[in-house]
Ligand binder design. Structure first.
Ligand code: TXA
Ligand code: MG
Length: 322
């Protein structure tokens, strides 16, 4: 059985966090909220503990994990921090930005999926930061879902998928961003790569570093194994809906604008792109259980702000790029 403990996101009880930290220290698994999605955490520097993450998620072992830190100083112990990383951390940490940098020997090979680089991020969430602090180590944490499924944005969803597979869930309610962090590879600062669009807008990162982020070519894709697998997929087919189109028969809908033949009973509607991103994964999980033939996702017109990350999740959940 997995223990689930409620925790106040603004003022986490030190008692609750200590209990969770004891589990991390002794090599166990704790799911916890971040501002993006729920993470499935273990001591990043303990190879046996990290192995349990891969097992609990059914995750391919060549897909590396993000190391969550509470200070830039802690990151320096794990990766070689260059001046571009310093600038970005100064501006955007804590926040939904993950930096891929050359790994130091302190990071076990299993945590970085056998790569020479490692990914680090400082989450903007008091529960997450306090858990890292009390554990006295960096916490490796992928999203707390079974591999390939939509990421969990609340604790009940983590429980339904992970009960019996992990030791504890810290239940801090619903997340804020709803899609995962933006992952950039700045190993080579003269050619920074956008590996995964996400919670931190591309244009904001570019305005700080002063150069464009390139999308990885097929060669560098091999270096970010996560981009090779199908992701975020509910149990029914997903189709992309463009404004003005008619919905197929017996299908569900998620989006902002109203299709002419909308079936309101099987729809989840949002007021803004930010709300859409926040609610996309839980909406897919809700509608997949409603006996429909497919789920239609509205394609965002824009690619600024959260929209680029949203587009990426829509494409991936529809199987458009695998
Ligand atoms: O918002 C997030 O980033 C959440 C929360 C829990 O922090 N975490 C998350 O982790 O989304 P995960 O494991 O689901 O996605 C991590 C992504 C994967 O696409 C992985 O391939 C990539 O980061 N990644 C990790 N280390 C890497 C490395 N050394 N080189 C290239 N890509 C890396
Ligand atoms: Mg994930």
């Amino acid at each position: 059985m997995t223990i689930s403990l409620k925790v106040d996101r603004k003022q986490p009880s030190p008692d609750t966090i200590s209990q969770a930290a004891e589990i991390i220290k002794s090599g166990g698994l704790v799911a916890f909220p971040t501002e993006t999605v729920y993470g499935l955490g273990a001591d990043a520097l303990n190879p046996e503990a990290v192995a349990k993450i891969f097992k609990a998620k059914g995750r391919p072992s060549d897909n590396p994990l993000i190391l969550h830190v509470m200070t830039l100083k802690q990151a320096r112990n794990l990766v070689k921090v260059n001046s571009m990383a310093e600038k970005l951390a100064e501006k955007f940490w804590p926040g939904p930005l993950t930096l891929v940098l050359p790994a130091k020997d302190t990071v076990p090979s299993i945590t970085r999926g056998g790569l020479e680089t490692a990914a680090v991020r400082m989450p903007a969430d008091r529960v997450a930061l306090s858990l890292i602090e009390h554990s006295g180590t960096a916490i490796a944490a992928p999203s707390a879902n079974i591999s390939g499924r939509p990421s969990p944005t609340d604790a009940d969803t983590v429980f339904s998928e992970m009960n019996g597979r992990i030791d504890m869930i810290l239940d801090g309610g619903s997340v804020i961003v709803g899609i995962e962090s933006t992952v950039i590879d700045i190993t080579n600062p003269s050619r920074p790569l956008l590996l995964r669009p996400g919670g931190m807008p591309r244009e904001e990162i570019e305005s700080v570093i002063g150069v464009s982020l390139e999308r990885p070519d097929s060669e560098s894709k091999k270096r970010s194994p996560g981009t090779r697998y199908r992701h975020y997929a509910p149990n029914v087919a997903v189709k992309i809906w463009h404004k003005g189109e008619t919905l197929p028969e017996n299908s569900a809908y998620i989006g902002i604008d109203l299709p002419e033949n909308l079936d309101r009973e099987h729809s989840v509607l949002f007021d803004s792109e930010e709300d859409y991103a926040r609610g996309l994964f839980s909406a897919m999980r809700k509608l997949e259980s409603e006996n429909v033939e497919c789920i239609n996702l509205q394609w965002p017109d824009d690619d600024k702000g959260i929209c680029l990350g949203l587009r990426d999740r829509i494409l991936r959940s529809s199987g458009e790029y695998v």
